[in-house]
Design a protein. Structure first.
Lengths: 360, 96
């Protein structure tokens, strides 16, 4: 068992954007922001003592926390490398500068589409123009800048354009992240799923740019595992590198793990993080290989992909110890093949973040 | 002569720190960790934007009683050029 490397701090699930591919749980409204800045400060100190090096301040939209500056400062004080993941909604230059002064090392800004009006339709709010401004402010403040485009049927064919945009705004990283079907994205899967041809064509575009821009901009193509026939090494393995802490203060192996109804849901306010990491039931649930059965247990790749995504296995088969159906060796692989067919070559309907409490 | 003129520095997006949980030192950058061996960590501890490449090499040569400082200089330059190519170190080589 190794120390964790990174902490995903979900500061709030509130978000002014309503992206239909949101991976937050659809019950996001039931998760209050239960951790005050002082609580986060203690979590960061405990995480750093445990071996965590990176913190990803995420959400929801972290900028909605009025105490974000002090949260950032405490993460920096703990020695963590601070990544702020934001939509840039409502961000102003002065606040960005304050956040960088407080200790933000790296800002990751999402982008929905190249066309401002199309982007604002996908986000459900007017925000695209602000993102472009914010990119410039990040560069001028001296922090590292990444762009993150979540790809789906309506925007995946703009891959080349996203690459141009990343170059133009001086981003040093571009994540072309194909939608992972968790949270709202799972509910909206049919509208979001690209076609196999779209994926193949744009994977080539990204691969070419990755070579062309080496040393200037790191182009990361997150392959949709639904099209790969091999599962992705989700989170580098359950309970191996990552800790997620939810807005209501629950420590989990990943944000998607909330899909399991029978978690212990250890709370960071009630139990030391070290104990949760090493002894907690949730972190040990699928750690290592002891939980595996066939086809995973005898698979040559079991120490590389760790059987794929446990949350996806559970969501699709009802049993988290099954092979990830994204794997061609899974007896349930037909579920994935069938879902791929839902990616039709027609315009995708616009879908929004699901609010389970309101029914939509 | 760039070895005397250039004072390399860590890129702003990069942080050098000890890693007590796993031992040794690491360079942190967006979404990544570079685990440093002992000698690389020793070089980077002297990379401060003030010391020139030659001064870094001289200090290390003296510290370790190296018989030929020019060998140390070559090693330090090679390391910093490699890290420079990855954008971790600036101000090494011909370009300012």
């Amino acid at each position: 068992m190794t120390p964790p490397l990174a902490l995903v701090a979900e500061l709030t699930y509130r978000c002014p954007l309503r992206c239909g591919y949101c991976s937050n749980p659809t019950s996001w409204r039931d998760h209050a922001d239960a951790l005050a800045a002082a609580d986060w400060s203690r979590v960061f100190a405990e995480a750093a003592a445990l071996g965590v090096l990176h913190v990803h301040l995420s959400g929801g939209e972290p900028l909605l926390r009025a105490d974000l500056e002090s949260i950032v400062a405490s993460a920096r004080d703990a020695g963590l490398y601070v990544n702020l993941i934001t939509s840039a909604w409502g961000l102003e230059r002065a606040r960005l500068e304050r956040l960088v002064d407080a200790g933000v090392d790296h800002v990751q800004i999402s982008v929905q589409d190249l066309d401002a009006s199309a982007a604002d339709v996908l986000a459900g709010v007017e925000v695209h123009a602000r993102k472009l401004l914010a990119c410039g402010w990040v560069r001028e403040a001296g922090a590292a800048l990444s762009l993150n485009a979540v790809l789906h049927r309506a925007n995946i064919d703009q891959t080349a354009g996203f690459i141009d945009l990343a170059e133009r705004v001086g981003a040093e990283r571009l994540e072309l992240a194909n939608t992972q079907y968790h949270g709202s994205a799972r509910v909206n899967r049919e509208a979001l799923m690209p076609t196999r041809e779209q994926v193949a064509r744009n994977a080539d575009v990204a691969a070419e740019a990755r070579v062309r821009l080496r040393g200037r901009c790191e182009v990361i193509w997150v392959m949709p595992d639904w099209f790969a026939d091999l599962p992705s090494p989700c989170n580098d393995g359950w309970g191996r590198r990552f800790i997620t802490v939810t807005p209501d203060g629950v420590a989990l192996p990943c944000a998607g793990a909330q899909v399991f109804p029978d978690l212990a849901r250890d709370r960071v306010l009630a139990r030391p993080l070290r104990e949760i990491w090493y002894e907690g039931r949730d972190f040990n649930r699928y750690r290592g290989t002891a939980w595996m059965r066939e086809p995973c247990v005898s698979c040559a790749r079991r120490d590389e992909d760790f059987g794929g995504c446990r949350c996806q296995a559970f969501a699709l088969t009802g049993d988290g110890a099954e092979a990830d159906p994204a794997c061609a060796k899974s007896p349930q692989h037909a579920l994935i093949s069938a879902a791929r067919l839902s990616g039709r070559a027609q315009p995708a309907p616009v879908v929004y973040r699901i609010d389970a409490r309101r029914g939509r | 002569m760039t070895d005397d003129a250039n004072a390399p520095r860590l890129a702003r997006r990069v942080r050098l720190r000890a890693d007590p949980a796993r031992g040794g030192h690491v360079l942190l950058f967006p979404e990544g960790v570079l685990v440093l061996n002992e000698s690389a960590a020793e070089v980077l501890a002297l990379v401060d934007g003030a010391r020139t490449l030659r001064r870094i090499a001289d200090e290390l040569a003296q510290r370790h009683g190296a018989p030929d400082p020019s060998v140390v200089l070559d090693d330090v330059r090679a390391l910093l050029e490699r890290l420079g190519a990855r954008g971790f170190v600036e101000g090494v080589g011909a370009a300012p």
